[in-house]
Design a protein around this ligand. Structure first.
Ligand SMILES: Cc1cc2nc3c(=O)[nH]c(=O)nc-3n(C[C@H](O)[C@H](O)[C@H](O)COP(=O)(O)O)c2cc1C
Length: 200
Protein backbone atom coordinates (compact mmCIF):
# COMPACT_ATOMS: atom_id res chain seq x y z
CA UNK A 1 0.00 0.00 0.00
CA UNK A 2 2.69 2.46 1.13
CA UNK A 3 4.95 1.23 -1.68
CA UNK A 4 2.28 1.70 -4.35
CA UNK A 5 1.62 5.23 -3.01
CA UNK A 6 5.35 6.02 -3.26
CA UNK A 7 5.54 4.68 -6.79
CA UNK A 8 2.52 6.80 -7.76
CA UNK A 9 4.14 9.91 -6.24
CA UNK A 10 7.46 9.21 -7.95
CA UNK A 11 5.79 8.81 -11.33
CA UNK A 12 3.88 12.05 -10.78
CA UNK A 13 7.22 13.83 -10.18
CA UNK A 14 9.03 12.13 -13.05
CA UNK A 15 10.33 14.23 -15.89
CA UNK A 16 8.56 13.64 -19.16
CA UNK A 17 9.48 14.57 -22.66
CA UNK A 18 6.20 14.06 -24.47
CA UNK A 19 5.53 16.60 -27.21
CA UNK A 20 2.47 18.48 -25.94
CA UNK A 21 2.04 20.62 -29.02
CA UNK A 22 -0.38 18.24 -30.67
CA UNK A 23 -3.97 18.36 -29.42
CA UNK A 24 -3.16 19.98 -26.11
CA UNK A 25 -6.16 21.62 -24.54
CA UNK A 26 -5.83 24.54 -22.16
CA UNK A 27 -5.96 22.63 -18.88
CA UNK A 28 -3.41 20.15 -20.21
CA UNK A 29 -1.13 23.03 -21.17
CA UNK A 30 -1.34 24.76 -17.78
CA UNK A 31 -0.81 21.47 -15.94
CA UNK A 32 2.21 20.64 -18.07
CA UNK A 33 4.02 23.88 -17.24
CA UNK A 34 6.51 23.51 -14.45
CA UNK A 35 9.40 25.48 -13.08
CA UNK A 36 12.68 24.56 -14.76
CA UNK A 37 15.93 25.06 -12.86
CA UNK A 38 18.46 23.50 -15.24
CA UNK A 39 18.76 24.31 -18.94
CA UNK A 40 20.54 22.93 -22.00
CA UNK A 41 23.12 25.06 -23.71
CA UNK A 42 20.81 25.63 -26.67
CA UNK A 43 19.67 29.02 -27.90
CA UNK A 44 16.00 29.90 -28.36
CA UNK A 45 15.11 30.53 -32.02
CA UNK A 46 14.23 34.14 -32.77
CA UNK A 47 10.70 33.25 -33.95
CA UNK A 48 10.05 31.26 -30.79
CA UNK A 49 11.21 34.17 -28.66
CA UNK A 50 8.92 36.52 -30.57
CA UNK A 51 6.04 34.04 -30.05
CA UNK A 52 6.67 34.10 -26.28
CA UNK A 53 7.00 37.90 -26.15
CA UNK A 54 3.84 38.26 -28.24
CA UNK A 55 1.87 36.22 -25.71
CA UNK A 56 3.03 38.67 -23.02
CA UNK A 57 2.09 41.59 -25.23
CA UNK A 58 -1.59 40.59 -25.38
CA UNK A 59 -1.90 39.97 -21.64
CA UNK A 60 -4.45 42.10 -19.84
CA UNK A 61 -3.15 44.94 -17.68
CA UNK A 62 -5.09 47.23 -15.36
CA UNK A 63 -6.79 49.95 -17.44
CA UNK A 64 -4.72 48.63 -20.37
CA UNK A 65 -1.82 50.81 -19.22
CA UNK A 66 0.74 48.20 -20.30
CA UNK A 67 3.41 49.21 -17.78
CA UNK A 68 5.73 46.37 -18.77
CA UNK A 69 9.18 47.10 -20.12
CA UNK A 70 11.07 43.92 -20.92
CA UNK A 71 14.80 43.63 -21.51
CA UNK A 72 15.78 40.48 -23.45
CA UNK A 73 19.20 39.28 -22.31
CA UNK A 74 20.94 36.65 -24.44
CA UNK A 75 24.57 37.73 -24.74
CA UNK A 76 26.72 35.44 -22.57
CA UNK A 77 28.55 38.33 -20.85
CA UNK A 78 25.23 39.92 -19.93
CA UNK A 79 23.90 36.61 -18.58
CA UNK A 80 27.05 36.45 -16.44
CA UNK A 81 26.29 39.94 -15.14
CA UNK A 82 22.80 38.77 -14.15
CA UNK A 83 24.30 35.95 -12.11
CA UNK A 84 25.41 38.53 -9.54
CA UNK A 85 21.70 39.18 -8.92
CA UNK A 86 20.43 35.58 -9.14
CA UNK A 87 21.33 32.14 -10.49
CA UNK A 88 20.51 31.68 -14.17
CA UNK A 89 20.65 27.84 -14.20
CA UNK A 90 22.59 27.66 -17.48
CA UNK A 91 19.79 29.34 -19.44
CA UNK A 92 20.48 31.00 -22.80
CA UNK A 93 17.88 33.72 -22.31
CA UNK A 94 16.65 35.86 -19.42
CA UNK A 95 13.90 38.44 -19.61
CA UNK A 96 14.18 41.30 -17.14
CA UNK A 97 10.52 42.10 -16.70
CA UNK A 98 10.17 45.66 -15.48
CA UNK A 99 7.30 48.03 -14.80
CA UNK A 100 7.17 51.72 -15.54
CA UNK A 101 6.16 53.43 -12.30
CA UNK A 102 5.51 56.84 -13.91
CA UNK A 103 1.97 56.05 -14.95
CA UNK A 104 1.17 53.48 -12.26
CA UNK A 105 -2.46 52.67 -11.59
CA UNK A 106 -3.08 53.14 -7.88
CA UNK A 107 -6.22 51.94 -6.11
CA UNK A 108 -7.55 55.09 -4.39
CA UNK A 109 -8.94 53.28 -1.34
CA UNK A 110 -5.68 51.85 -0.03
CA UNK A 111 -2.92 52.96 -2.38
CA UNK A 112 -2.28 49.48 -3.81
CA UNK A 113 -0.46 49.58 -7.14
CA UNK A 114 -1.59 47.13 -9.84
CA UNK A 115 1.83 46.85 -11.49
CA UNK A 116 2.85 43.60 -9.78
CA UNK A 117 -0.42 41.97 -10.81
CA UNK A 118 0.16 43.09 -14.40
CA UNK A 119 3.68 41.69 -14.41
CA UNK A 120 2.51 38.39 -12.91
CA UNK A 121 -0.12 37.93 -15.60
CA UNK A 122 2.30 38.88 -18.37
CA UNK A 123 4.89 36.41 -17.08
CA UNK A 124 2.27 33.66 -16.85
CA UNK A 125 1.19 34.27 -20.45
CA UNK A 126 4.83 34.02 -21.51
CA UNK A 127 5.51 30.89 -19.45
CA UNK A 128 2.53 29.12 -21.00
CA UNK A 129 3.50 30.22 -24.51
CA UNK A 130 7.00 28.92 -23.83
CA UNK A 131 5.67 25.59 -22.58
CA UNK A 132 3.66 25.16 -25.76
CA UNK A 133 6.99 25.32 -27.62
CA UNK A 134 8.64 22.88 -25.18
CA UNK A 135 10.67 25.74 -23.74
CA UNK A 136 11.04 25.72 -19.97
CA UNK A 137 10.89 28.70 -17.67
CA UNK A 138 11.33 29.91 -14.13
CA UNK A 139 9.89 33.15 -12.86
CA UNK A 140 12.21 34.72 -10.30
CA UNK A 141 11.24 37.33 -7.75
CA UNK A 142 14.07 36.94 -5.26
CA UNK A 143 16.84 38.60 -7.30
CA UNK A 144 18.72 41.74 -6.25
CA UNK A 145 17.02 44.55 -8.19
CA UNK A 146 19.74 47.12 -7.50
CA UNK A 147 22.42 44.99 -9.20
CA UNK A 148 20.15 44.54 -12.21
CA UNK A 149 19.26 48.23 -12.30
CA UNK A 150 22.90 49.26 -12.27
CA UNK A 151 24.24 46.74 -14.77
CA UNK A 152 21.44 47.20 -17.30
CA UNK A 153 21.10 51.01 -17.15
CA UNK A 154 17.57 50.91 -15.78
CA UNK A 155 16.33 54.39 -14.78
CA UNK A 156 14.83 54.99 -11.33
CA UNK A 157 11.22 55.24 -12.59
CA UNK A 158 11.47 51.71 -14.01
CA UNK A 159 11.27 48.85 -11.49
CA UNK A 160 12.82 45.49 -12.35
CA UNK A 161 10.01 43.33 -10.94
CA UNK A 162 10.79 39.79 -12.10
CA UNK A 163 13.25 37.75 -14.10
CA UNK A 164 11.85 35.21 -16.50
CA UNK A 165 14.51 32.63 -17.24
CA UNK A 166 13.93 30.65 -20.43
CA UNK A 167 15.51 27.69 -22.19
CA UNK A 168 15.25 24.02 -23.04
CA UNK A 169 15.05 21.89 -19.87
CA UNK A 170 18.02 19.64 -19.20
CA UNK A 171 15.73 16.94 -17.81
CA UNK A 172 12.41 17.51 -19.57
CA UNK A 173 9.19 18.64 -17.89
CA UNK A 174 7.48 17.32 -14.78
CA UNK A 175 4.50 15.04 -15.12
CA UNK A 176 1.25 17.09 -15.06
CA UNK A 177 -0.19 14.60 -12.56
CA UNK A 178 2.11 16.04 -9.89
CA UNK A 179 -0.58 18.63 -9.20
CA UNK A 180 -2.68 15.86 -7.64
CA UNK A 181 -0.28 15.91 -4.69
CA UNK A 182 1.57 19.24 -4.99
CA UNK A 183 -1.41 21.56 -5.00
CA UNK A 184 -3.98 22.07 -2.28
CA UNK A 185 -7.45 20.77 -3.12
CA UNK A 186 -10.00 23.39 -4.20
CA UNK A 187 -11.79 22.93 -0.88
CA UNK A 188 -8.72 24.37 0.94
CA UNK A 189 -8.61 27.61 -1.02
CA UNK A 190 -12.09 28.39 -2.33
CA UNK A 191 -14.96 29.78 -0.32
CA UNK A 192 -18.42 30.61 -1.54
CA UNK A 193 -20.31 33.80 -0.84
CA UNK A 194 -18.24 34.94 2.18
CA UNK A 195 -14.92 34.32 3.88
CA UNK A 196 -15.35 31.21 5.94
CA UNK A 197 -12.40 28.92 6.67
CA UNK A 198 -14.45 26.39 8.60
CA UNK A 199 -17.24 25.65 6.17
CA UNK A 200 -16.17 26.23 2.61
C1 LIG B 1 5.94 35.44 -8.31
C2 LIG B 1 6.87 34.25 -8.30
C3 LIG B 1 8.15 34.38 -7.83
C4 LIG B 1 9.03 33.30 -7.86
N1 LIG B 1 10.33 33.48 -7.45
C5 LIG B 1 11.18 32.46 -7.54
C6 LIG B 1 12.55 32.66 -7.19
O1 LIG B 1 12.97 33.74 -6.80
N2 LIG B 1 13.39 31.60 -7.31
C7 LIG B 1 12.97 30.38 -7.76
O2 LIG B 1 13.80 29.46 -7.88
N3 LIG B 1 11.67 30.14 -8.09
C8 LIG B 1 10.78 31.16 -8.00
N4 LIG B 1 9.48 30.97 -8.36
C9 LIG B 1 9.02 29.64 -8.80
C10 LIG B 1 8.15 28.97 -7.72
O3 LIG B 1 8.97 28.52 -6.67
C11 LIG B 1 7.36 27.83 -8.36
O4 LIG B 1 6.50 28.36 -9.33
C12 LIG B 1 6.51 27.08 -7.32
O5 LIG B 1 7.32 26.39 -6.40
C13 LIG B 1 5.56 26.08 -7.96
O6 LIG B 1 6.26 25.15 -8.78
P1 LIG B 1 5.93 24.98 -10.32
O7 LIG B 1 6.19 26.31 -10.99
O8 LIG B 1 6.86 23.92 -10.82
O9 LIG B 1 4.50 24.60 -10.45
C14 LIG B 1 8.60 32.04 -8.35
C15 LIG B 1 7.29 31.90 -8.83
C16 LIG B 1 6.43 32.98 -8.81
C17 LIG B 1 5.03 32.82 -9.37
Amino acid sequence: MVLSGMIKLQSARAFINRDWRKNMDFLELVKSRCTTRGFKNKAIEKNDLIHILSAGRVAPTACNRQPQRIIVVQQPDNIIKLQKAYKTFGAPCVLIVCQDKRNALIRPFDGKCSGDLDIGIICDHMMLAARELNIGSVMVGLFDPEIVRKDFDIPDYIEPTALLILGYPEKGFLNPERHDTERRPLTDTIMYEKYNEENK
